[in-house]
Design a binder for this molecule. Sequence first.
Ligand code: OXD
Ligand code: MN
Length: 579
Amino acid sequence: MQTTNVSLERWVHEVAELTKAAEIKLCDGSDEEYQEMIGLMLDSGLLHELNDDYENCYLHRSDPTDVARVEHLTFVCTPHQDEAGPNNNWMEPDAAHAKMHALYDGCMEGRTMYVIPYCMGPIDSPYARLGIEITDSPYVVANMKLMTRMGEKALHRIEQDGRFVRGLHSTGDLNPERRFIMHFPEEMMIQSFGSGYGGNALLGKKCHALRIASWQARDEGWLAEHMLLMEVESPEGKKYYLAAAFPSACGKTNLAMLEPPESQAGWKIRTLGDDIAWLHVDDHGQMRAINPEAGYFGVVPGTNEDTNRTAFEMIQHNAIFTNVAVTADNKPWWEEKNVGEPAIDWQGKPYKAGNGPAAHPNSRFTVAATNNSKYSPLSDDPAGVPITAIIFGGRRRELAPLVYEAKDWNHGVLIGASVASETTAAAIGEVGVVRRDPMAMKPFCGYNFAQYWGHWLGFSEKFDNLPPIYHVNWFRRDDDGRFLWPGFGENLRVLRWIIERCEGRAHAVDTPIGALPLPEDIDTSGLDLQEGDLEALLSVDNDKWREEFTAIEEYFDSFEEHLPDALRVEHKKVVNALS
Ligand code: OXD
Ligand code: MN
């Protein structure tokens, strides 16, 4: 282990002593090192080869109890519980340190301890932030190589800047009773034990780029958000940049790689990011964003040539699959792949229809972002991209219309803070229950939501030209459960309305909840909608919204005196307009 950063050197040796690791390996991020990790895992049975048609692709089967994020075992450890807020599990830092110390004691005995320097964001960007993850998992090393800018250059910048987030991860014995994901934002530290699952173990992602970063962003005046980042280019060649926050497994990856349907000829989409965006206002007052990540850890089931052709093709080479099924000829298989048949399920057992899905509903692919044929080279621009509009959304079978526009920034913050969505398989727990997921950050905001909303509201006091804010819902259904909107590529029609509004061209009508298009304001040429579907998608039922605003108020009340007055004011304005 060679570094000029003395405190890093000291920390690594302290950890090695505690964990009793047999060997320390400082990762350089090279392709050779990646192949070495793959080789190690093939030998130990952690990875399996796949059919040669899937070049350089591998399958990992996790422990069946370790398949998703564990929100109930994820903690924010601050001196006062109020700092973490009712939106987080809280533990007092000394108690958390003592608990983790006991778990780490001797946990890497006889094993190699990998030290991974990584950079979240373009390596030469002033907006990028650094981290070191120490782990005993070669799976983590390989995934971090695909997901982040990892290795020598990151270490070099750490040595220059001196500031970095410390993450310690051990897979442990995978006993769910001994599984914790701890965050110490004041110490810029993450400690994770007992899980190898992405969001719990790839510490650059949720733990650093959202929980720790959101805390830093508040202190430094920016925003760390659970948002995709995409470029939309019009047939005239004008480019727009959208940042959209949807909860986990609600279609961020699909939207970021949207394939324009034939009827939308001339429009082009490029992906900047599919999960996380860091937003800053530059010296000219323009909000800009970078994607701190360099790869995707996406949900596999549902990915096919129609829903996301780009992702479907992108995962046919240089990908790691986790918990998918395989076919008789050893190709990865998942529900709605639409080709092939499962022979072996995600647990490695012969597949039997009726025994549940063949691929785990939260099975994942990991690929470098450069695998994506729609990859935007601007992802590497240190200055990021100028944001045209911010979009919030959730998975709501009723109530929320297809699209609506906030009246101004503060009303947009209310819309974001009021997001609710049906839960998905991305986290352990019941699926399909509506829960409040403000800004899609419920599992990821590293401090009290009340202060977080205050931080968002503060932008309108400081800046004049903030991007307009929208809310979308692709998931409205009729009484029989049929989706009213086709979604996927056709969502471009809604993005076009948003863009045209930003250009001051499109029409909208004011309602108490915001401005909506009339059915004729959305291009539906060639769309196979049933009569009345679009009207239903664009309707606002004041009675139902009054009930929703009562539920929102009850939720806000749980933040007690911390709730910003300005948010109450925005809430009251809508309630008054509804009555
Ligand atoms: C993710 C998640 O993996 O949100 O991105 O769970
Ligand atoms: Mn996510």
